[in-house]
Design a protein around this ligand. Structure first.
Ligand SMILES: Nc1nc2c(c(=O)[nH]1)N[C@H]1C(S)=C(S)[C@@H](COP(=O)(O)O)O[C@H]1N2
Ligand SMILES: [Mo]
Length: 576
């Protein structure tokens, strides 16, 4: 199979490690698995990916949900089906009839896709990339209608990489105007549920919706208004689906989901999940553009989660949880739609880690949007690690190779643009302390009650919430609501709800003070909240010093400017 030299050179350039010796090569779990298997010889994927320069490309492609990891050896590899019924055209390329291509569908040994009139055998790439299965939806036919749905794939880099898998062209007899007549492709969002209209939707395909403010002031967030953060569609795993566990030896063990419910002790923990982008819009407003969904304070919610502990399930496979081998460093998770992430093994095995393979959320089967039928819940860590629609767990010497592990959920300095070396930045795991005001409601006798949440990661309890009504010049303490948290350890995985009363005179005070300055109408009162956790970590005052172009970890003091005039009007009416 031939590859244009320019493409090959471009790829090699990307692979080259800039100004540094090649990264040490480690044997990855994946490679070992292939060495043990009878499949065609493996791509040295981990080698290619571990060359630091290749990572950005790999991760970029990962962002497409189907990261094309390139196989340089694929050039030489001859696929078993290549000599099938094909003819050879004048450019010495093989040509294939559509029915033959169709046989290379999602379930075939060697899936193919078509782009334009060109045919690609994507087997080796899928084999080497967790999450690569996504492209299988298009296998046996044209990839283009699919790329119209996810139009970020329509980039030259992607086309170039695809060329490395080129095996021939479509027989001209089957072409209409130079390309394959497109079969309508199944809408990948077909299984997405109808959502509660109270969710504040940022996007619908995929669904990204935040918990409405009205439900941020209750300790438990009901399932139907729990924020939804989907990178893709909602998959629907087959009824008898199993969970696959890959051990460092490369052995894979399948556990029926029913066994997870019946053969292991069941535990319920109360845990908050918070997206790393929660409050991103506050950062944007205070600083400048950040890329990503502009969440307010509702990319957070708290639920009880029931299922076996991950460590018990790992122990049942014979994995020595008390004395894990040195090269077992990370536990990777893969979702049915291709999402992937990982956590350090210590968190997975710790007796105070409380990592749960949850089948139940707030006493009901986990709803489709939140991971039905199985989701890992990693309390205290950024919600991006709590992989929904869990299909596979792998114990590995490296982090998940998905872009959600290797790039998106990282943070840079205010001066960095996030385009340099992603491998330099640490993946976000435990969350820093954060808080927000969620409602300001008039009290019957005058004054207002302010409510909100405060949360810190790593199981660190919120010990104090400070409120200011004058922009931070003076402070007072909010009342923390004590709630019963479920969990096996002394850790605090849930947020704290807090309330603070603003007496009527504070408002008239603010008015008389600002009357001298800006005139009655413009009188403003700036409400501020900041929280402190049990390690005495507290929130930074301003967004500027923590600004990062991705808008992750937006945890500066929450400031809410209130118009005194409006407050007075609402006070008189007693309205919300
Ligand atoms: N399989 C899968 N798991 C996933 C995601 C996803 O898109 N697919 N999104 C992650 C992110 S970024 C967040 S914030 C949480 C959101 O969980 P929720 O939708 O239940 O609130 O799920 C995480 N787990
Ligand atoms: Mo997230």
């Amino acid at each position: 199979m031939s590859l244009p030299n320019t493409t090959r050179r471009a790829f090699l350039r990307l692979c080259r490690v800039k100004n540094s010796p090649p990264a040490p090569l480690r044997t990855s779990v994946q490679c070992r698995r292939y060495m043990n298997s009878s499949r065609p010889s493996p791509t040295p994927i981990s080698r290619i990916c571990q060359a630091r320069g290749a990572l950005p490309l790999f991760l970029f492609l990962g962002s497409l949900g189907w990261g094309l990891v390139t196989n340089l050896e694929a050039e030489e590899a001859v696929s078993p089906n290549q000599n099938a019924s094909s003819n050879v055209n004048e450019k010495n390329e093989k040509s294939f009839r559509l029915p033959e291509i169709k046989e290379h569908g999602p379930k075939s040994e060697r899936p193919w896709v078509i782009r334009g009139d060109r045919v690609y055998d994507i087997t080796d790439w899928i084999a080497g990339h967790p999450g690569g299965e996504v492209i299988l939806r298009a296998a046996g036919g044209s990839v283009e209608p699919y790329w119209k749905i996810f139009n970020i794939h329509q980039k030259q880099e992607v086309y170039d990489i695809l060329e490395m898998y080129f095996i021939g062209t479509v027989d001209p007899q089957d072409l209409v105007n130079g390309s394959v007549p497109s079969d309508a492709i199944e809408d990948p969002f077909i299984n997405d549920p109808v959502r509660d209209p109270r969710l504040h939707q940022h996007t619908s395909r995929p669904c990204n919706a935040e918990t409405p403010a009205s439900h941020l002031s209750t300790f438990i967030t009901p399932n139907h208004v729990f924020y939804v953060r989907n990178h893709m569609w909602v998959p629907s795993p087959p009824p008898n689906t199993t969970l696959t566990i890959e051990l460092p030896s490369g052995d894979e063990i399948s556990i029926p989901l029913d066994d997870l419910k019946t053969k292991f002790p069941q535990h319920t923990i109360t845990s908050t999940l918070q997206c790393s982008g929660n409050r991103r819009s506050h950062m944007t407003k205070a600083c400048t553009h950040t890329s990503g969904l502009q969440w307010k304070a509702g990319a957070i919610g708290t639920a009880t989660w029931t299922g076996p502990f991950l460590r018990d399930v790992l122990a049942s496979t014979g994995f020595p949880i008390a004395n894990p081998p040195q090269d077992a460093k990370h536990v990777q998770f893969v979702g049915h739609e291709a999402y992937g992430a990982s956590i350090p093994i210590d968190k997975a095995l710790s007796f105070s880690g409380d990592v749960i393979l949850a089948h139940t959320m707030n006493s009901a089967p986990i709803p489709p949007d939140h991971g039905y039928p199985l989701r890992v819940v990693v309390p205290g860590h950024v919600a991006a690690r709590s992989v929904k629609w869990l299909s596979k767990i792998a114990i590995s010497d490296e982090e998940s190779t998905s872009q959600w592990q290797r790039r998106d959920y990282k943070s840079f300095g205010p001066n960095e643009r996030g385009l340099e070396d992603w491998s330099k930045a640490k993946s976000i795991q435990e969350m820093p302390v954060n808080s927000a005001v969620t409602s300001v409601v008039p009290l019957p006798g005058g004054g207002f009650v302010v409510k909100g949440w405060a949360y810190s990661g790593g199981g660190r309890e919120i010990v104090r919430v400070d409120v200011s009504t004058n922009g931070g010049r003076s402070w007072d303490q909010a009342v923390l609501k004590e709630e019963q948290e479920l969990g096996s350890s002394s850790k605090h995985w849930a947020w704290k709800q807090w309330r603070y009363t603003i007496p009527s005179y504070t408002i008239s005070d603010a008015k008389s003070k600002s009357e001298n300055l800006e005139g009655k109408k413009k009188a403003k009162m700036t409400l501020v909240v900041k929280a402190t956790d049990e390690a005495y970590n507290t929130q930074p005052e301003k967004f500027e010093p923590i600004y990062n172009v991705r808008g992750n970890l937006a945890v500066a003091w929450h400031r809410v400017p209130l118009s005194v005039e409006k407050l007075e009007r609402r006070e008189r009416k007693g309205e919300n």
